[in-house]
Write a protein that binds this ligand. Sequence first.
Ligand code: MRU
Length: 365
Amino acid sequence: MQVQGKAHRSIWLSDDRQCVRVIDQRRLPHEFVTAELRTLEDTLAAINEMTVRGAPLIGATAGFGVALALHADPSDGALESCVAQLIQCRPTAVNLGWAARRVAARVRPLAPAQRFEAALREAQAICDDDVQSCMAIARHGAQLLATLEVSGRPLQILTHCNAGWLATVDWGTALAPIYRAHEQGVALHVWVDETRPRNQGAALTAWELGQQGVPHTVITDNAGGHLMRQGKVDICLVGADRVAANGDVCNKIGTYLKALAACDNAIPFYVALPYSTIDWTIASGEQIPIEERHADEVHSVVGRDASGGCTRVRLTPADSQAANFSFDVTPARLISGLITERGVSAASRDGLASLYGPGEQVVNQ
Ligand code: MRU
């Protein structure tokens, strides 16, 4: 997508194929800075510290992480160890393990000397597949948005967290249909949940939408229900970090409350995701591990101060405890449909089976 009018991906291989470059998402929206990953350790730190984040993007990064590990040591032991280390960085997004295992499976039968180049090619293929998937999600989702178009005013869409191109390799999942519809001339406006504690909505989604010229308004996390009751939301569109085989969706904390409010107000609630986000091994959302991050993310916020520098400021009393649950599960019964690269389905086992055959339901195992 566009950054100051120039096409960009969120991750790319350097020209000399020796390192991987990413956008440092901790610095947005105030600064556009890229970072270099040269080693497995760089990759682990980038995922752990959320230099990169978003389920498909951490998958793509992990794929390259396997290649970088093999550059240093192409042995069997190093291969198995790097996969294990990458998978445990962030437990909820299933794309992380899926991508690391896909690259490992591709190179395991090869002689050690061939592994680094083969791993790079597979990681690059993961990136290219992700872009194709997101573009297909854009097409299917834009068709859905066209059916909701209202005359005389822009279509009002509410989104949570960041499921845009920064969370994928390009285009995004939930934001992809919005970009496509906007390009096609559909009048629309996006309500952007700020998404405490890390504010991916206020910082990243708002920045992305601004770069593409999409009209949007940032709202506090608790405003969505009020707007829905006022008739100011036509559809909720969110991404996912893991979808269980029965269509339950795990996404950024707060998604469930939006789905409840949407259901109470008869507002369609759709989830956009690529196949790499489906975990066929998990029968329901109850079994999805929920990441708990450091309490400091709740105790404080980072922002730009009057002098132009970025500062972290404390919000809570010095002796208060804080808990930081990063994700929640929205039961399939609250979801109007899943928008995938194959089309739109019901959020159910049968709905997913209508898009993916039995032979394809092993990708995350
Ligand atoms: O903690 P994050 O920023 O990695 O969480 C990201 C989300 O929850 C996104 O909504 C999700 O990964 C969908 S990304 C296309």
